[in-house]
Design a protein around this ligand. Structure first.
Ligand SMILES: Cc1cc2nc3c(=O)[nH]c(=O)nc-3n(C[C@H](O)[C@H](O)[C@H](O)COP(=O)(O)O)c2cc1C
Length: 174
């Protein structure tokens, strides 16, 4: 449920260093909770986003392979940190450093997901922006969406192997 052809204002929104954008989803990625900071930054009312897919705030500049990495990681029961460019209802955008985690029931089954997002450092945003442009170009150079995403995904994996670091550390070294 991304918003193709959506108006992009080019205006960046920022939030305070002491603020955290919080949301929770069900196992399919539908929003079941969003805090006040989330609603303010995304520009949606609670009624507008509850039970909607989280891709409602997906920005078209985000490469698909980043979300593949996110879902592969959390569905495997692990946490992930990722820089994400999000889209507000009015076409503004905002960068976050997201920490996404699975929540387990007593038997160890994943019952929901939780994301806490802080305001990222400016230099990290610049590096993420450059990397994501590269990945998006790889994705768009293939007519088959899936093939393009796999190629971009492999490019990320190669970068990580080249740097000899796991994804988390890679994210923090951006
Ligand atoms: C807890 C949680 C938080 C998420 N937060 C975001 C987010 O802030 N922005 C976003 O674009 N996708 C977020 N996603 C990923 C979306 O579910 C989705 O994979 C992504 O927007 C790509 O959309 P698409 O699969 O329709 O292309 C989140 C997923 C989970 C489980």
């Amino acid at each position: 449920m991304s918003r193709p052809g959506v108006y992009l204002s080019g205006v960046e929104r920022t939030f305070g260093a002491d603020e955290i954008i919080v949301s929770k989803t069900d196992t399919k990625g539908r929003i079941i909770y969003a805090n006040e900071v989330f609603l303010r930054m995304a520009g949606f009312s609670e009624a507008e986003i509850l039970n909607k897919p989280h891709s409602i705030i997906r920005h078209p500049d985000m490469p698909r392979c980043v979300f593949k990495l996110l879902w592969d990681t959390i569905e495997a029961g692990k946490e992930i940190f990722a820089y994400v460019k999000n889209l507000s209802k009015n076409g503004d955008h905002y960068w976050v450093l997201a920490h996404v985690t699975p929540t387990f029931d007593k038997s160890g089954n994943i019952v929901s997901y939780h994301s806490n997002r802080r305001s990222p450092r400016r230099d990290a945003v610049e590096k993420a922006e450059a990397l994501y442009k590269e990945l998006l170009a790889i994705e768009n150079s293939h007519s088959d969406r899936k093939v393009g995403m796999e190629a971009a995904f492999q490019a990320v994996v190669a970068k990580l192997q080249g740097a000899g670091v796991p994804y988390d550390e890679f994210v923090f070294s951006l």
